[in-house]
Design a protein around this ligand. Structure first.
Ligand code: ZN
Length: 231
């Protein structure tokens, strides 16, 4: 592990896989070997804790990535603006061209206990957004066996396949393993992947501060980046 004094910057080289609506580079950290897993954070810009924890896991490691690719900010404009959506007001996780994509709007909660009433667009068409399209193309290019999407704050490991990786994440994190998050997610990344038979695990962090979360989730993310992809 890199000593704390040297964890201020990311020392691994990134590759640009596209550009956001406002022209921010979409970056992926690629492994030396075949990509067995792609882990991404920050597709919802209001979930900055996912980006920070994954960045800390990357900054803590001395060695290059072997079989895991990492995206810290799938929605960099949303992270910069502090919005769930991208700069066009589109919830990217409802913009994927899954069979269940719906034109119109999607609502999310402003806070716990509130109704889902904050209105966002699902996009003018499936994959209308550059961030969506770039992520799709990257997934198709790398074709990893596993995909892990970091979100918050629903506090669960959503793995419809009940895979070995999902079971391990649930056990190691203490979060419940579920087969769905309990409400429909048309046009989500997970729906799009499932249409193609790709395994997706949605890692939903609990509602807490980065400092509180990192006690459990930083070591776990670090181990995830070095998961032994034996099939
Ligand atoms: Zn989310």
């Amino acid at each position: 592990m890199v000593p704390h004094t040297q964890r201020g910057i990311i020392r691994h080289p990134a590759q640009v896989y596209g550009y956001s609506v406002r022209g921010a580079p979409l970056e992926v950290y690629l492994p030396e070997g075949k990509t067995e897993c792609l882990v991404f954070a920050g597709i919802h810009g209001e979930e900055a804790e996912t980006t920070i924890l994954l960045s800390r896991a990357l900054r803590s490691r001395r060695h290059t990535l072997q079989h895991c690719a990492v995206i810290l900010a799938a929605n960099p404009d949303g992270l910069a603006l502090g919005t769930r959506a991208n700069a066009n007001g589109v919830d990217l996780n409802r913009n994927f061209p899954a069979r269940n994509w719906r034109e119109g709007h999607v609502c999310h909660r402003w806070s716990e206990g509130c109704a889902q009433e904050v209105v966002l667009s699902t996009g003018s068409a499936p994959a209308s957004e550059p961030e969506t399209l770039a992520l799709m193309q990257l997934v198709e290019r790398l074709s990893p066996a596993y995909l892990v999407a970091l979100h918050g704050p629903l506090a669960c490991i959503d793995d419809p396949q009940g895979s070995a990786l999902g079971c391990w994440l649930a056990e190691a994190s203490g979060l419940p393993l579920v087969a769905d998050i309990g409400s429909p997610t048309p046009g989500s990344f997970g729906s799009w992947c499932q249409d193609q038979g790709r395994a997706v695990i949605t890692y939903e962090l609990p509602p807490d501060s980065v400092w509180a979360l990192q006690a459990v989730h930083l070591p776990l993310l670090s181990r995830l980046l070095d998961w032994r992809w034996s099939g």
